[in-house]
Design a protein around this ligand. Structure first.
Ligand code: URA
Length: 433
């Protein structure tokens, strides 16, 4: 392929045949197309977006740029779940064992945190011994044995996305819908699952900050997934306030363990509803309501917790964190923050500000090469709709030092807003496609 002609086609808003997109993805993965030509094409694609068919072809081409997990031999249905990322989003740690305990085979590749949005890999990394580097063969063998396997991003699956994503990150071309769609779905195709549930986060703590943007992305994901032959369901969910009561790696694992042990909350109800959606999509329940009942029962009976314990042990956990939650990293400094002199209801908690505060406490990365500190973060004692009186506990800051705790407190000075009239609790699910 003449790469200059390929770039010119994109620059001029022309159409790419599937064969050219294949050559491009292979060239990105094997390094035969230099970064400057990849970057030039990415900017052209940002300005002259791919159409639906081209997006589907690029998705397939990126999935074919490496190994595709062949799940044959594993019990069906095979499912995967993905979130576009949010603050306090530890849904996968609950949903994966919950689904596996209901008879689904769940195989998933997860990422590290990106910006203010946390990553499942960083969270599970706070469980002592938990391995996040399973090879494709180990993934398959474990999923066959216990119905669940999760690994961090591997160079074997969709390597073209790894190269293109890193270039998009530094060329201001991340926020292009066809490029986001092909990036997400190529990894899902390569992972081998047939049923995919996507959680598109919407609000101040997410990439898609308003409903219109989330709906546009969700519709494009659905259309492209269908063109690629995937059975997909998409939920658009609220990310205007942090999800759940914990933000920070080990704190979020702790909250997920509580949900798996039956503690009710808004976050728990999101997990059960996403599980109901997945069970119905995979054909294990006649509809979402029936799926939710199956999922709720799996938690109440202890099946989901037992599956999670089996999963953690299979991936190398050296401690049973259900029996010994204190084995999870814990911060030296804890600072309580109280409500100011207001009586009324919490009307908002700025998820973006909370996300930044946790990154600065050390729970996320400011540079690509930074290590995350698993113990730090925020415990929120209220949510939107909670009644408050002066002096009530709003949050506890978990920090490495008093200085860091104090600067987090300062940065969150205006993160909570209050109303003197009643504020309703907000439904975590905004729409389902
Ligand atoms: N997540 C991805 O995997 N890719 C994107 O492009 C954006 C979010």
């Amino acid at each position: 392929m003449d790469i200059q002609a390929f770039i010119a086609t994109r620059r001029d808003g022309g159409r790419h045949p599937s064969a050219d997109l294949n050559t491009f993805a292979k060239g990105a993965a094997d390094g035969s197309i230099p970064d400057y030509q990849l970057a030039a094409w990415l900017m052209a694609a940002y300005l002259k977006p791919l159409n639906e068919q081209e997006t589907a072809w690029l998705t397939e081409a990126m999935a074919d740029s490496g190994e595709r997990l062949d799940l044959s031999g594993l019990p069906k249905p095979w499912v995967d779940k993905h979130s576009t990322g949010g603050v306090g989003d530890k849904t996968s740690i609950v949903l994966l064992p919950l689904l596996a305990s209901c008879g689904l085979t769940v195989v998933k590749m997860s990422g590290r945190g990106l910006g203010i949005t946390g990553g499942t890999v960083d969270k599970l990394g706070s469980i002592p011994g938990f391995r996040l580097d399973l090879s494709p063969e180990e993934m398959k063998a474990q999923a066959k044995r216990i119905g669940i396997a999760l690994t961090g991003q591997t160079p074997d699956l969709a390597p073209a996305d790894k190269v293109l994503y890193a270039l998009r990150d530094v060329t201001s071309t991340v926020s292009s819908v066809p490029l986001i769609v092909s990036s997400i779905l190529s990894k899902k195709l390569a992972g081998g699952a047939e049923t995919i549930v996507l959680d598109v986060k919407c609000g101040a703590g997410a990439f898609m900050r308003d409903l219109e943007a989330a709906q546009t992305l969700a519709a494009a994901l659905k259309r492209t997934a269908e063109l690629c032959g995937l059975n997909i369901r998409i939920a658009i969910t609220d990310m205007d306030q942090p999800l759940g009561s914990a933000v920070g790696n080990a704190l979020e694992v702790r909250e997920a363990l509580e949900v798996l042990q039956g503690k009710p909350s808004r976050f728990a109800s999101l997990c059960i509803r996403l599980a109901g959606l997945t069970l119905a999509a995979a054909g294990l329940a006649p509809d979402r309501d029936a799926g939710e009942r199956v999922a709720a029962e799996a938690i109440a009976s202890g099946k989901a917790k037992a599956k999670a314990a089996e999963w953690f042990a299979a991936q190398g956990a050296t401690v049973d964190v259900f029996a010994h939650p204190t084995a999870l990293p814990s911060a030296k400094i804890k600072v309580d923050v109280l409500a100011p002199s207001v009586s009324g209801w919490v009307s908002g908690i700025n998820a973006e500000a909370v996300g930044h505060a946790v990154v600065h406490l050390g729970g996320g990365r400011l540079k690509k090469s930074d290590d995350v500190e698993p113990s730090v973060g925020l415990e929120l004692h209220v949510e939107v709709g909670s009644p408050v009186q002066p002096g009530d506990l709003l949050m506890t800051i978990h920090a490495r030092s008093l200085d860091e705790a104090k600067s987090a407190e300062l940065s969150l000075k205006d993160a909570f807003t209050f109303s003197s009239s009643k504020v309703d609790y907000r439904d975590p699910i905004i729409a389902v496609l």
